[in-house]
Design a protein around this ligand. Sequence first.
Ligand code: SF4
Ligand code: SF4
Length: 333
Amino acid sequence: MTTSRPRVRIDARRCDRCGRCLAACPRNAIRIGRTFIAVDPLACDGCMACVKVCQSGALSAVGPAGTGAASPTRRPSAQAPRSVAHHPSSTPRARSSAGRARASHEGWTALEALAMLGVTLAAFVGKEALLALQPVRSLPTGSLVLVRAVVLGAYYAVQLGAVRWLAARRGRTLADLLRSGDRSLKDRAATAGLAALVLIGSRAAAMAYGLVMRSAGLVPDSSALLTTFGSQAAGLVLAAVLVVFVGPLVEELVFRGVLLQGMASQFNASIAIVVQALIFAALHRSVWLFLPMAVLGGALGWLAHKRGGLRAPVAVHAAYNAITVAAAFALSG
Ligand code: SF4
Ligand code: SF4
């Protein structure tokens, strides 16, 4: 399935990096470095403003309906990439140039998303296999909590390493990936407003779901956190570090970053949001948690898609988890 919007085709060889398209793009969807130019398929709304201002013929419109937006004088290149042109050997200078560029999406490809998914699934299977070992399960509670925390930390470290490696291939850093696309106070206010909406909405949905489940007699696994980390102070510290800080950072880079953007480069953005949310929910390995996690993953995906950048999704995810951790430990007495 392809997107219903026209897409921008780039012939990077013709681009003289004049920056007109950057200034014309209302969605901050274009990123230009010294050796590459890319359009983020998630942020791009197909308005074709960039195509109209490009005087070098580097940009043209492809896809349904809106193709008329392209200048008839443009000469599409047979060698041009579909929607993202990127030179993997970007220089440090290109990196800093890209860092200053307004777009915050990386324009991850479907292949990169597939590789990231493979690493994530392998790490997940490894984590579950380790924790299922009888010698591990028979450890005393204190040691078991520590082992669980170490294994969970390793799970996140593997994913973070994979994202870092993918970013390094593009001459980017993890900080670059998190950079916000907001440039004005108005942009930041809009992002903060939507982030608050997502946090309140997803928490309210989770609360309503919990109430319905309890009233139906389907006792939810509400003590999953306590089961993993115990109810002692050390468990609270471990949960705060791993669940409130590390987890949201890594999961946003992976799910709302590489997976969402990579899938959206091939499919409709809505489908990409739903699919990454379902995978995100499934990896929380709880039937009871699946629905609220899918809602959270979808809402975070929508936020990332709507506003660009991962800072807001990381902040919302961290706040969501902080409320969960605080409630679990408070209720444990
Ligand atoms: S307007 Fe055209 S030539 Fe100028 S930076 Fe954009 S793509 Fe390159
Ligand atoms: S078509 Fe996309 S990249 Fe070009 S100006 Fe419009 S939103 Fe920006």
